[in-house]
Ligand binder design. Structure first.
Ligand code: DQA
Length: 143
């Protein structure tokens, strides 16, 4: 059972900078993740919030809710949220960080991730497919 978390502004996919993030919506992304989960034989729960504290609580509670891994796109929180970093570090589940755009090819402030070092790894610049790669990793490593 995998948990897919999307952070601030990702509810605006499709409307927000389509040249960077594409024309598809959050709903499209979440349906896609559910389909990929079914293909991989795992169930997927998708959640999005614009609120840092809500994301922290979802990360903190994921294990007791029965999830086996977390895929997270923290949006801009990636670049400065030590609270999210500590929430990830303070729990046991494997976490994969995903970015739709190639953060390393963009503004300088996006080159730094304070969360990636407490994740299993980071996938960036592969569009929605990055979520699939993260799901493959988590389902295979769960055995
Ligand atoms: C993002 C990249 C972040 O820098 C940005 O703040 C986002 C989206 C991505 O998916 O490419 O909100 O995480």
């Amino acid at each position: 059972m995998l948990l897919v978390l999307n952070g601030p502004n990702l509810n605006r996919l499709g409307l927000r900078e389509p040249g960077v993030y594409g024309a598809l919506t959050l709903e499209d992304l979440e349906r896609q993740c559910e389909t990929w989960g079914a293909e991989l034989g795992d169930s997927v729960t998708c959640r999005q919030s614009n609120f840092e504290g809500q994301l922290l609580e979802w990360v903190q509670e994921a294990q007791e809710q029965g999830f086996g891994g977390i895929i997270i796109n923290p949006g801009a929180l990636t670049h400065y949220s030590y609270a999210l970093r500590d929430a990830i570090a303070g729990q046991q589940l494997p976490v994969v960080e995903v970015h739709i755009s190639n953060v390393d090819a963009r503004e300088e402030f996006r080159h730094k991730s304070v969360t990636a070092s407490v994740c299993k790894g980071k996938i960036s610049g592969m569009g929605f497919l990055g979520y699939r790669f993260a799901m493959e990793y988590l389902t295979e490593s769960q055995g």
